[in-house]
Structures are given as C-alpha cells and as structure tokens.
Design a protein around this ligand. Structure first.
Ligand code: SF4
Ligand code: SF4
Ligand code: SF4
Length: 435
C-alpha cells in the first residue's frame, strides 16, 4: 500500500487531470446536483470537488480522511456531467480520486467485508445466502423495531431503511440451467448478465427478463462463472477488485457466441458498457460492451411490435403506473423512451409521468451509509413526486433505486408497489397466455 507521504496521484493523472484542468468554474453543475441541493456546500457539488482535486494534484493539499469523505460525498449520478458546458465527467474523476484514497487508507472493515468478501468472491451465492438468512430471520426489521441501528452503527441503520422483498434461499443462477431453449427454432442467441441483486434479492426481475426473451424466441445463455459487475467496487474506489471482475465477467461471456448481452440492472449495464472499456482501454472489452443492452432498451428497440401482439386483449381496469428514471439508465446509458414505450403498450396500466422523474433517488452505494440524512431527504423528495401522481405502481429499472424508493414509500405507510418494467411486461404476457 502507498504511504500517506506519497505525493503522487497516478490514478487522477492523465485523462482525469485533463478533466480537472478544463473546469472553468462556471457553476452550471451546482443547480443540478442533488447533494448540493441538500447541503448548499461547495464541497457537495462537482465544481468544489474538482477544485479540491486540482489542489491535490498540484501539491497544495495533502490527502487526508476529511478529503476522502468529501470525495465520498457524491452519488455518482452524472447530473453534473449532463449540465456541464465543457462536456466534463466529474463523477469519473471522483471515482478515480476515491481509488487514490483507498490506496492510501484502504477501506473500513465493514466495506472490505461487503465489497471484497461478499461481492468480490467469484461466486454470487455467498451474498444470496447471507441476505436471505438475514431477511428470513427478520433481522433488518428487528433491528429497526429495537432501535438497534443506532447501537450498531450506520451500516445497519442504512439496511433498516431500505425495503427488501422475500428472498428465495437459492440464488437465481442455481435455479436456472446455463442454456434455455425457446419452444420453436431460436431467432437468435442472447447472453443474460444476472448481477448480484437479481441473483439474490430481486430474482423476479431475472426470471421475467429470461422468460420474455424466451417468449420472443431467443435462446438464452446464462453463463456460469459470471460474478458481480464490479460497479460497487468502482464506486468505492476499489479498482483492483473491479479489474478482477472485468476479467472474470468478460472471459465467461466471451466463451459464447452471442448476438447481444442483456442486463436488467441499470448500474451493472452502465458498468459493462462504459466503465469496463474506460478502465481497461482494451479493444476486446469495448467490443463486448457494444453488445450490451439494458433489457428495456433491447425489447423496445427490437421487439415493440412483437410484444404488442403478445399483450392481453380484454383488460377491465387500468392501474395507474408511473416511472422513475434511474441515473445509471437515463443519464449514463441514454435509456429513457424505451421503458415508457413498453409501459404504453401494456393494456392493464395507465402510464402517468411524475414530476422530475430524472431526479436521483438518493441511493448511491456507500454514499447512503456515510451521508444517510442527505440520502433519506433525497429519497423523501422522490416519494412526494410519486405520491402526487396517484400511481399505485412505480416502474423502474434499477435494483438500488427499487430498494431505496420502496423503503421511502414504506416509511410513510404508502401502499405503492415498486416493480421493474420487465416484470410488468411479463405479467401481461402471462395474462395473455391465460396463466
Ligand atoms: S455526480 Fe451527482 S452527486 Fe456527484 S457531484 Fe455530480 S451531480 Fe453532484
Ligand atoms: S459545469 Fe463543468 S465547467 Fe462548470 S463548474 Fe461544473 S464541472 Fe466545472
Ligand atoms: S450494480 Fe447491479 S449488477 Fe452490479 S453489483 Fe449492483 S446489483 Fe449487481
């Protein structure tokens, strides 16, 4: 490990240094930043953190824990990048700066257990086992009702805010074979990247994704040996484990001849499409990334007409549904119209837009642990805009947003369901098939 006396910052030199220097301090990023909105501190927004990065690079400041926490005070939501007239990506600079800090100070033990032991293992099943057991023993709700959170610290307090469904005891990948054939001759072969959340907690999303693809006539391959996407490690500054994840996942997917790689996790998708090529700078990884589609993106772009024909005919009443744009789907992947196109062909639902649908929900991995109050305030703001629509369901495409938004809704006693768009779609297809 590098000592704290080491003044070089190799991870924020080169590309990131150019980004830092190009910031013209215009402040256009301020008004879009959800963190700045909450605390009105310059250190909350991109401009402040870029100025800090510049001071570090030029040796005007020494890295320390206080600075580390400022870099952690970012949701990596990419809103600043969208607002920036120079076209900078400050969130990428901050991820690299976090990596510099991890090199110096390593991670706190709890983060190290989560990122390296649970998410960092080659297999996803250990995470499923741990979460499933805790959920079945009702440890999260017990912790909340006994006010244990404050005694055990912020990590548990955080777990008691988010809302998780009943979790099957076996991971999704143990329940499904590696190759699934459609009923008729396949129209193509797609790979499915499961991701940790779908493999352990939100298995309904993985099941719905695979079933919709099979119904359309695809052979679906769920390559064995795939692991966590590595985005949590990217966000936490653990670039070493991230590189291991990239190598692991790309090698298992490269073994198969695939027309496309489908993923139903917004964050994982942006990791595979954007972070993998950026971190490795390898052509084969870029080529692989070009094959990756978010499930809504793939279905709406390639099969909207086919899916329309698969919808139920006689639906008596329409349930109001609204849609939350996950930052990592809307901003990082440009997927916004596609989920709406899918919702609009489902006869059982009446789609209503919520105000500020693209505003972050406040979920941001480690951010939610370190800056719980800001995270909760951002989530509560999102809850109010959902409430105002009168919708009974919030459709979305990200497991992190789902846990966060569902938690905020439950805390207010609201009976509003949170569903992945593809789950609503699969429900409609089942209804149409009389199931
Ligand atoms: S990525 Fe989001 S939270 Fe972070 S500085 Fe930019 S706008 Fe603010
Ligand atoms: S909008 Fe871009 S150039 Fe302007 S202060 Fe923010 S990061 Fe710098
Ligand atoms: S971002 Fe998605 S795929 Fe990646 S670790 Fe999180 S849940 Fe898993």
């Amino acid at each position: 490990m590098t000592t704290s006396n080491d003044k070089t910052l190799p991870l924020i030199e080169g590309y990131y240094e150019e980004q830092i220097i190009q910031c013209m301090k215009c402040g256009m990023c301020q008004s879009t930043c959800p963190v700045y909105y909450e605390d009105s501190l310059e250190t909350g927004c991109a401009r402040g953190k870029l100025a800090l990065s510049e001071a570090l690079l030029h040796g005007k400041l020494e890295p320390n824990h206080k600075i580390e926490m400022i870099f952690n005070k970012c949701l990596l939501c990419h809103a600043c990048a969208q607002a920036c007239p120079v076209g900078l990506s400050p969130d990428k600079v901050f991820a690299a700066a976090r990596a510099e800090m991890v090199k110096r100070y390593d991670m706190p033990w709890i983060k190290s257990v989560i990122y390296r032991k649970l998410l960092g293992q080659g297999k996803l099943s250990s995470l499923t086992g741990a979460i499933s057991l805790a959920n079945r023993l009702k440890l999260f709700s017990l912790a909340r009702s006994l006010s244990i959170p404050k005694m055990l610290g912020k990590s548990v307090e955080r777990l008691s805010f988010i809302d998780l469904p009943d979790i099957p005891s076996r991971p999704f990948m143990d329940r499904f074979p590696e190759v699934l054939e459609p009923k008729a001759k396949p129209i193509g072969t797609v790979g499915y990247f499961v991701g940790c959340a779908q493999n352990s907690v939100f298995q309904d999303v993985a099941e719905a994704s695979v079933n919709v693809l099979l119904s359309l006539g695809y052979r679906v391959i769920i390559p064995k040996g795939q692991g966590c996407c590595g985005f949590p490690h990217y966000g936490a500054g653990d670039f070493e484990t991230l590189k291991q994840k990239i190598a692991q996942n790309s090698s298992v997917f490269k073994k198969h001849k695939l027309d496309a790689i489908i993923i139903s996790c917004a964050t994982g998708g942006s990791g595979l499409k954007d972070v993998y090529p950026e971190i490795t700078k390898q052509d084969d990884i870029t080529t692989l990334g070009a094959k990756v589609y978010d499930v809504s993106e793939f279905l709406a772009q390639k099969h909207l007409k086919d899916l329309k024909k698969m919808m139920p005919k006689n639906t008596k009443e329409k349930i109001k549904v609204t849609y939350h744009d996950a930052c990592h789907l809307n901003r990082l992947q440009g997927v916004a119209s596609q989920p709406r196109d899918l919702l609009n062909i489902m006869p059982s639902y009446e789609f209503v837009e919520m105000e500020n649908s693209t505003k972050c929900c406040g979920e941001g991995g480690g951010f939610t642990v370190y800056y719980q109050e800001i995270s909760t305030n951002v989530a509560n703001r999102k809850r109010e805009t959902i409430k105002n629509t009168g919708a009974k369901i919030v459709a979305l495409g990200c497991p992190g947003c789902r846990a966060q938004i569902s938690g905020a809704l439950k805390q207010d006693g609201l009976n509003i369901d949170t569903r992945h768009t593809v789950c609503l779609l699969w429900d409609e297809i089942k209804k149409s098939n009389g199931k």
